[in-house]
Design a protein around this ligand. Structure first.
Ligand code: CDP
Ligand code: CDP
Length: 228
């Protein structure tokens, strides 16, 4: 039987991880898991309860009660916070600007990492995030570190927000917000955004979505052959 691999895709905001991960998962019949959506959902839970995102003890208590689940959806996977749908809520700019603070809290990382490992346990998974190849699935046989220039990433997110009707200020503001989030994600103490030593770096600045999907698919196929 063909071995079902774990595929880890990490990188900064808007590098194309989720778009590509979803398509790769579809091509191989694997499950897709958007771990960023999980941190965003915890942020929704905190803000809904009026908990400050840097109030570590309160957030640590809260995260014990949080369970994130997914259901297939089109174009976006549907995300549920303790059974309540938050698919749209998690994409709001207020969540984007608060999520890095929540994601830096060690208790939040432990709780989410546990849930992510349970989702990935049987293999046949494409998981995207910031620390999948380094912390969540350090033994994943396929690890991709996806990057693109900050300008291109802001442009992509700007177009995407417009299409989805999500309020956005200017392209320059969006680039600043993305760079600030990258900086917070890369410099935090626990599970920062760094390339795993055995990850393949893929710069998507000048690549189309299909080209990136093809490149990752080739990498998976090669690895799969080694596991036969
Ligand atoms: O889609 P976008 O790149 O904007 O971000 P995301 O993947 O939805 O992740 C939102 C935030 O969650 C990131 O900026 C990180 O602060 C955090 N995150 C994380 O810390 N670890 C992960 N594995 C995934 C996301
Ligand atoms: O998950 P991540 O934040 O890394 O990025 P994404 O949400 O998958 O991609 C952000 C936007 O860039 C989406 O609207 C994609 O359609 C677009 N994109 C692109 O234009 N070209 C690529 N090579 C990859 C993504």
């Amino acid at each position: 039987m063909t071995k079902k691999l774990q595929v880890a895709i990490d990188g900064p905001a808007s590098a194309g991880k989720s778009t590509v991960a979803k398509l790769v998962a579809k091509r191989f019949g694997y499950v897709y898991c958007d771990t960023g959506a999980m941190y965003r959902a915890v942020t929704v839970a905190a803000l809904n309860k009026g908990i400050a995102v840097d109030d570590r003890p309160a957030v640590a208590e809260l995260v014990k009660t949080v369970k994130i689940t997914f259901k297939p959806g089109d174009p976006d996977q549907r995300v549920f916070l303790n059974g309540r749908e938050v698919t749209r809520d998690i994409r709001q700019p207020e969540i984007a600007s608060n999520v890095s603070a929540i994601a830096a809290i060690p208790e939040v990382r432990v709780a989410m990492t546990d849930q992510q490992r349970a989702i990935a346990a049987d293999g046949g998974i494409v998981m995207d995030g910031r620390d999948i190849g380094t912390t969540v699935l350090p033994k994943a046989p396929v690890k991709i570190f996806m990057v693109a220039s900050a300008h291109e990433r802001a442009r992509r997110r700007y177009v995407e927000n417009k299409k989805k009707g999500i309020a956005t200020t200017s392209l320059a503001d969006l680039q600043r917000a993305i760079e600030l989030r990258d900086q917070k994600d890369s410099t935090r103490k626990v599970s920062p955004l760094v390339q795993a030593p055995d990850a393949i770096r893929l710069d998507t600045t000048h690549l189309t979505i299909d080209q990136v999907v093809d490149k990752i698919s080739e990498i998976i196929e090669k690895k799969r052959d080694q596991f036969q």
